[in-house]
Design a protein around this ligand. Structure first.
Ligand code: ADP
Ligand code: ADP
Length: 221
């Protein structure tokens, strides 16, 4: 495992006078087992960074290497397969399937990938403190609990890279701390390279490194 490596990444939207550099000469290396937080104002390029790092958007130039594979130049079909097997995504509000129990959210990933999880789903739920609610649907879980299930689900495929977008946006202060602690634990336990975008300066203490994005450029905070 080599984690995530972005080298001199540029992402430009539009052309001529309307051109916007969403990512401007971005270099970022995240080691396996490292939790990196990215803060910065709205419009700075944080979502673009996650999209490029996860192979959802191809950069205009530069290299995006996940666990030794350069995503730049892969066909969209190969990218989709690569994402399923190597990249985990965690969203603001958990993004769970309403009709499925916590356990079935994780089993669905096994069905889609056609692979058994290296760590069984129930054990993953235990690792995020959700074993006792394994058979509840999202409607009967609190915001913090849904977020825990979302984290467990993102780990089913044993991803090399975990990309997390504003995981505490819907949570109060105490729950926010708990969720980022869970993220840090899972990052270290499963040796995944994790990038978390957040506005929540309160939770940065749980992260291994904090970077700031301004006008498409990344720098230490
Ligand atoms: P953040 O996540 O930090 O708010 P974004 O990555 O969403 O920032 O946006 C970075 C810049 O790229 C902004 O100027 C935004 O307006 C622009 N942008 C984002 N997506 C698109 C798009 N699909 N088309 C054109 N411009 C975009
Ligand atoms: P958390 O500490 O995870 O944010 P809360 O304090 O919001 O949880 O909720 C405490 C308990 O109440 C949890 O076990 C949760 O499952 C349950 N609970 C929360 N919201 C709901 C709901 N809308 N319906 C049923 N049970 C709920």
């Amino acid at each position: 495992r080599t984690g995530l490596n972005l080298t001199d990444v540029m992402l430009t939207y539009g052309d001529g006078d309307d051109q916007v550099s969403a990512l401007d000469h971005v270099d970022l290396a995240v080691a396996p087992g490292e939790l990196v937080a990215i803060v910065g104002p709205s419009g700075a390029g944080k979502s673009s960074l996650l999209a490029v790092a996860g192979g959802l958007t191809q950069p205009t130039s530069g290299a995006v290497v996940v666990d030794g594979t350069d995503l730049v130049g892969l066909s969209s079909r190969d990218l989709a397969t690569f994402r399923r097997e190597h990249v985990g995504f965690v969203f603001q509000s958990g993004n769970l399937v309403p009709a499925l129990t916590a356990l079935d959210q994780l089993r669905l990933v096994e069905k889609i990938t056609g692979r058994r999880a290296a760590t069984p789903p129930l054990e993953l739920l235990r690792s995020v403190g959700m074993e006792q609610h394994a058979h509840r649907r999202p409607g009967r879980l609190s915001g913090g609990e849904r977020q825990r299930v979302g984290i467990a689900r993102a780990l089913v495929a044993s991803p090399s890279v975990l990309l997390v977008d504003e995981p505490t946006a819907a949570l109060d202060r105490r729950r926010s701390h708990e969720i980022v602690e869970v993220l840090a634990d899972q990052t270290h336990t499963f040796s995944v390279a994790t990038v978390m975008v957040t506005h929540d300066h309160d939770v940065l203490e749980h992260c291994d490194r904090v970077l700031e994005m301004v006008d498409g450029q990344l720098r230490p905070l």
